[in-house]
Design a protein around this ligand. Structure first.
Ligand code: SAM
Length: 246
């Protein structure tokens, strides 16, 4: 019980400190985020309580095509382990399939026993270049002719500066490393600008409600909705006033 109260207290202190940091960094954006909070909670509530009957019916009529990566995972019961949630395979298939057979540059953070690097190599085909990143020196053993291994801490910005010198661009990032929000944030800030247009950034294991990394991504994606602010005076704005049947 004492431990529980202590944990709660630590969380509350962390929240107050975070709020203070946000106010100091950007008072305007902090107020806007606070105003939006009840809508975030409302969305969470709806997501928990709603029944999506139509979606379920549609899924029955359109069976999902066979998933090669899931088949690879299920058929490799021995050898280097692969540590993935089963439901990720449909997501991988949806976003990665268009890169198969192409000269795609894939970077995964978190090598562990090396099984996932072998899976990416097989799935994307012989034109793919695979980069693996891990904090443990022993993972260097997984380097081969098509796989380059970098050893370092994903939360260290100077480490990424070195990686980017060797990997001139990346098409797909899979962050399956330490899973701490700060590690995920630094990695995204260092690698997202390095991803080629049309690429995919995939961060795994964003667990728990109000996860700090999820909150960060919500703020990042909010900029997409700032269309009216950065569109002022641009040709797109003029097009907006063209008579339309819509
Ligand atoms: C979940 S395992 C990776 C599993 C692998 N991707 C797979 O699917 O089989 C996580 C790995 O991240 C590495 N790791 C943990 N903290 C890290 C950090 N700060 N920087 C880089 N790698 C880290 C660990 O050493 C471990 O090998």
């Amino acid at each position: 019980m004492k431990l529980f109260i202590l944990e709660r207290l630590k969380k509350a202190i962390k929240a107050v400190k975070g709020l203070f940091r946000s106010v100091m960094a950007s008072p305007k954006l902090t107020v806007r985020a606070a105003v939006a909070l009840p809508y975030t909670v409302r969305g969470m509530q709806f997501g928990r309580e709603a029944t999506f009957t139509n979606g379920a019916q549609l899924a029955d009529k359109n069976p999902v095509p066979p998933n090669e990566m899931a088949a690879y995972f299920e058929s490799h019961q021995e050898g280097p382990g692969i540590w993935k949630w089963r439901h990720y395979f449909d997501i991988y298939q949806r976003h990665f399939n268009r890169f198969v057979g192409r000269e795609v540059h894939v970077l995964e953070i978190g090598i562990y026993s090396g099984g996932s690097l072998l899976m990416w190599k097989e799935y994307f085909g012989e034109n793919a270049k695979i980069y693996g990143v891990d904090i443990h020196e022993s993972c260097r053993a997984f380097e081969d002719e098509r796989t380059k291994v970098f050893i370092g801490d994903q939360a260290d910005r100077s480490f990424w500066a070195d990686v980017k010198k060797t990997a001139p661009f990346i098409d797909i990032v899979i962050d399956d490393g330490g899973h701490l929000p700060e590690q995920q944030l630094v990695t995204l800030e260092e690698l997202l600008p390095h991803v080629r247009p049309g690429g995919v950034y995939f961060c795994e294991d964003i667990h728990h409600n109000f996860n700090d990394f999820a909150a960060y991504v919500q703020g990042l994606s909010d900029n997409l909705n700032e269309f009216h602010r950065w569109n002022v005076g641009s040709p797109l704005r003029a097009a907006h006033s063209t008579p339309s049947t819509f």
